[in-house]
Design a binder for this molecule. Structure first.
Ligand code: AMP
Ligand code: MG
Length: 429
């Protein structure tokens, strides 16, 4: 857990105005740390137990709801790893050469069925079952063949070029554990066991809407001071990556009644409700108030930048995330809180996001007091080493900084300005 050291300069001024903490301050005594906020979320969310059976081709990026146990050996039989000649390892000379008689052939799917005596061998292709009592394959490039005689030397070791039955997967092995997110290789592994359908967690239903009187939808003409609603689209993209059922509920105006109705309506349909905007402390920011009236609010401010105002709570059986309105804040808070929460809710076991440490070649301005998620570009330098640089202006409304970035540069809470050459933590997208 990160704590704030006492040296941190709390933005106090000598002016006569009795100022309150604002989202411009870097230290806010009421803000939760990112880790505490995450703990709070995990404590409030129990993974769903409902599951459904799907064909494996429809299982990509779903979460496994039961272990996959193999009821066979893969490969089922010991077979050749190369094109060559299958023989008794004992026939390989200690030194010099030996002559071995070719008495038949074995192909993948067409085994050689008879006994092979010492001094005899079988022409064998990759994947063909090893003929009885042979244990070694000499690759075809390492023999000299004249008619049905091959000349071999001492180079090949006994037992070489053979794949043992069950060496990939043994009968009874747990191949994939409940809670794993299915990837392409997993689908192949499951197919290799002859399994065509698997049990996965049911899809989560996620309802989301934007709030704001200034928002226009695509196709509408922009009026004075209006902007196009981008949050619903970046949310759509981020939710699609998680393979959930998406319920786009549009734009709700900054109006208490409309918001209340939208919250209650969403809570009857969705496992999780996500809103953007209206969570700060402006006159028209009703989200927190209405959440308090219709449900419960678990926390409110997180010591992070961008994205400090963040509401998490429940309305009826639905979890609720009130994200800030600024487009970058939406993407940052989604990736750091909503995404792990949804993965936990869909009963995925591993919910941590991969990070790495690389040198930063830009200067990154920062003051202590909150964790920062600056937008970075990971690239190779002239020595072919990975380094990161910032994308440019880092304002929380500059969505292009996300579009240009391929990673977050995560700067710790008590960290200060980063000079070029410093090692920083990055989280690739
Ligand atoms: P708010 O949190 O509602 O005060 O909004 C903060 C800032 O984000 C304001 O500049 C809003 O205009 C902007 N904003 C809010 N919602 C959206 C949205 N859906 N798409 C783009 N910008 C938004
Ligand atoms: Mg607003």
């Amino acid at each position: 857990m990160q704590t704030i050291s006492s040296e941190i300069n709390i933005n106090m001024t000598n002016s006569d105005v009795n100022k309150q903490n604002s989202c411009m301050d870097d230290f806010d005594p009421d803000a939760l740390t990112v880790n505490d906020a995450l703990k709070n979320i995990y404590a409030a969310i129990s993974p769903i137990s409902e599951s459904e059976v799907v064909p494996i081709r429809e299982s990509l990026n779903r979460v496994l709801a039961a272990d996959i146990v193999s009821s066979l050996n893969v490969p089922t039989a010991t077979n050749s790893a190369m094109d060559g000649y299958a023989l008794h390892g004992k026939d390989i000379p200690k030194e010099g050469t030996s002559k071995i008689k070719v008495i038949g052939s074995a192909f993948a799917g067409k085994p050689y069925q008879k006994e092979v005596q010492q001094g005899e061998c079988i022409r064998i292709m990759t994947g063909a079952v090893m003929p009885r009592s042979t244990d070694t394959v000499i690759i075809q490039e390492h023999v000299e063949r004249t008619d049905d005689i091959i000349l071999i030397d001492s180079e090949t070791k006994s037992g070489s070029n053979v794949r043992q039955a069950g060496e990939d997967i043994a009968n009874g092995d747990v191949v994939l554990e409940k809670g794993a997110r299915i990837r392409a290789a997993d689908i192949g592994v499951i197919a290799s066991l002859g399994i065509g359908e698997i049990e996965v967690s049911r899809k989560l239903r996620i309802a989301f809407f934007s709030t704001g009187d200034e928002l226009c939808s695509i196709g509408e003409k922009l009026k004075d001071g209006n902007i196009y609603d981008s949050n619903r689209y970046s949310l759509f993209g981020m939710l699609s990556e998680l393979n959930v059922t998406i319920m786009d509920m549009g734009v709700i105006r900054d109006n208490r009644e409309d918001l209340q109705q939208a919250f209650e309506n969403a809570a009857t349909k969705a496992d999780v409700i996500i809103t953007t905007g209206g969570v700060s402390v402006g006159e028209a920011d009703y989200v927190k108030e209405i959440l308090q009236e219709t449900g419960t609010v678990n926390f409110w401010k997180v010591a992070m930048k961008p994205g400090r105002p963040l509401a998490f709570g429940q309305i009826k059986d639905a979890h609720f995330f009130g994200l800030p309105g600024n487009p970058v804040s939406v993407m940052v808070t989604f990736s750091q809180f909503v995404k792990p929460a949804l993965r936990h809710l869909m009963a995925e076991t591993e919910t941590e996001t991969f990070t790495m440490r690389v040198p930063c070649i830009s200067k990154l301005k920062k003051r202590p007091g909150r964790v920062e998620y600056q937008r970075g570009i990971l690239e190779r330098d002239e020595n072919n080493q990975w380094v990161v640089k910032k994308t440019g202006a880092q304002g929380s409304g500059i969505l292009r900084s996300m579009s240009q970035a391929n990673c977050f540069i995560i700067l710790p809470m008590d960290g200060e300005t980063v000079e070029p050459g410093t090692i920083v933590e990055v989280q690739p997208f």
